[in-house]
Design a protein around this ligand. Structure first.
Ligand code: GLC
Length: 505
């Protein structure tokens, strides 16, 4: 076990495991922790530095586990605490760190506090205000005696009252519970929630949906100043454990300056930079986002994060319109300074599943708002046999995914799996990759050309026709075949080891 660098997260490649969909060891159709354990060799070979486990805690799964009924236990569908301990020990043995998801904004309505009627730990009122749920409909539900409770998400996810000292104490204790078990960090769910504006003022009239996660304006339930007190309470706890325990925020806020407030030596280590995930497949829009993100990193003195896919957004093969584009965007992402968060299945080039029958969709957002995140949560195809290695999976796997299975891609040098492996291998070895700086090279409008120092040039062609690489050197990796004359076809990215000066200089 080589773990030990406290700053590991600064340029880490973190692989998000959505446990329900990743790998199923006991054959019940739902993935589990033993399944993850069984795939650690696969992950080590892929070359990731850490895994982030989406929630595996005791939960009715009203929101896929983001509705936690017991923050200190494993849901029987996912295994046991002993399975978790074995997973952490074995992952560490393979130099893979483990980050767990923490869901502090709300619990499940099955949590013992809610069940016992401890209303002061939640947000109950005699009358609702005008707040809307992110999943659609009012953010308030009425209980039998006429009171209403707040849920920014599904009614099964009552918001916790962070003004209550017991709530704060409980979460400090939950942090310690998992830190003691050896976790290397936390992904903080809805990290901009928790604290609501005093008096719960109405939002007032607004055009369009009020409760967008990413709004232009501040709403009274997100990104309130008081939330930072919580992180200032948590940071000393993280710092009191050895080995570089970290936290990354899922915070949808209105500007890079506001996001920067979550990061720093007395708050959280990182925050997801979702702008890259929202960028169009065009050199100009990538460049705008990269420059903005790097400026933000400068602001906080910590490297930024890059994300192309996660369990909440359509997979980037589909979002960008083709596998070729997804592979090119991936090579761009993995060459940028900072850390990268991968989502399980993107290394297989999985597309979004668009044609799931409505009656099988389970996302509460679909039930309330008609928008479903199930298409990116379809189980991972492991084998080329029927069912792709799953028996009766909780969401059906498209039959054509046998061709995308890890087994089929394993020995195909041109597969997306082997592209990710090669990229991650190079990223570990090459001194210009990981942390560090970048400079922009002159390039046509549809081409993005970036130099990482020393001497690694990334060229991405988002135009209609082939372009010359613009620099002389050895092609280390390419997201797709290059033309016979060495030019870069559309929707293709290359990593070039520069050997001379910019062509045409
Ligand atoms: C976060 C999660 C999402 C979940 C929501 C409520 O945005 O990523 O999956 O539905 O929080 O917990």
């Amino acid at each position: 076990m080589l773990l030990g660098n406290d700053d590991w997260w600064r340029d880490a490649v973190v692989y998000q495991v959505y446990p329900r969909s990743f790998a199923d060891a006991n054959g019940d159709g739902t993935g589990d922790l033993q399944g993850v354990r069984g795939r650690l060799d696969y992950l080590a070979r892929l070359g990731v530095d850490a895994i982030w486990l989406s929630p595996f805690y005791t939960s009715p799964l009203a929101d896929g586990g983001y509705d936690v009924a017991d923050y200190r236990d494993v849901d029987p569908r996912f295994g046991t605490l002993a399975d978790f301990d074995a997973l952490v020990a074995e992952a560490h043995g393979k130099d893979i760190r483990v980050i767990v998801d923490l869901v502090p904004n709300h619990s499940s309505d099955q949590h013992p506090w809610f069940q016992a009627g401890l209303r002061d730990r939640y947000i109950f009122r005699d009358e609702p205000n005008d707040w809307e749920s992110i999943f659609g409909g009012p953010a308030w539900t009425r209980v039998e005696d006429g009171q209403w409770y707040l849920h920014l998400f599904a009614p099964e996810q009552p918001d916790l009252n962070w003004d209550h000292p017991e709530v704060r104490a409980e979460f400090r204790d939950i942090l310690r519970f998992w830190l003691e078990r050896g976790v290397d960090g936390f992904r903080v769910d809805v990290a901009h929630g928790m604290v609501k504006a005093a008096g719960l003022p109405d939002v007032g009239a607004k055009d369009g949906p009020q409760a967008e996660m990413l709004g232009d304006e501040q709403v009274p339930y997100f990104d309130q100043d008081g939330v930072h007190d919580i992180y200032r309470e948590w940071r000393p706890i993280l710092d009191s454990y050895p080995g570089g325990r970290m936290a990354v925020a899922e915070a949808w806020v209105s500007s890079p300056e506001r996001l920067a407030r979550y990061i720093g030596p007395d708050e959280l280590h990182q925050a997801f930079n979702f702008e890259f995930m929202m960028a169009d497949f065009h050199a100009k829009s990538f460049r705008t986002v990269i420059e903005k993100s790097l400026a933000e990193a400068e602001l906080v003195g910590a490297p930024t994060t890059w994300v192309l896919s996660n369990h909440d957004k359509p997979r980037h093969v589909t979002r960008h319109g083709s596998l070729a584009r997804a592979r090119a965007a991936t090579l761009l992402m993995l060459a940028l300074p900072g850390s990268a968060y991968l989502y399980n299945g993107e290394e297989l080039g999985l597309p979004e599943v668009l044609d799931l029958p409505d009656e099988l969709r389970q996302d509460p957002a679909f039930l309330r708002r008609g928008e479903s995140r199930d298409g990116c949560r379809v189980p991972i195809p492991w084998t080329s046999g029927p069912g792709c290695g799953w028996r009766d999976p909780w969401l059906p796997i498209p039959p054509e995914w046998t061709a995308l299975s890890a087994e089929v891609q394993e020995d195909d040098p041109g597969s997306t799996l082997n592209l990710y492996r090669a990229a991650l291998r190079l990223r570990r070895r090459h001194p210009a990759l990981g942390g560090g700086t970048l400079s922009w090279l002159d390039s046509p409008e549809d081409v993005l050309a970036v130099e990482r120092h020393p001497g690694l040039v990334v060229v991405l062609n988002t135009g209609e026709g082939p372009v010359p690489p613009g620099v002389a050197g050895e092609v280390l990796l390419s997201s797709g075949p290059l033309a016979a004359d060495g030019s870069i076809p559309p929707d293709t990215a290359v990593w070039i080891q520069r050997s001379g000066s910019v062509a045409g200089d």
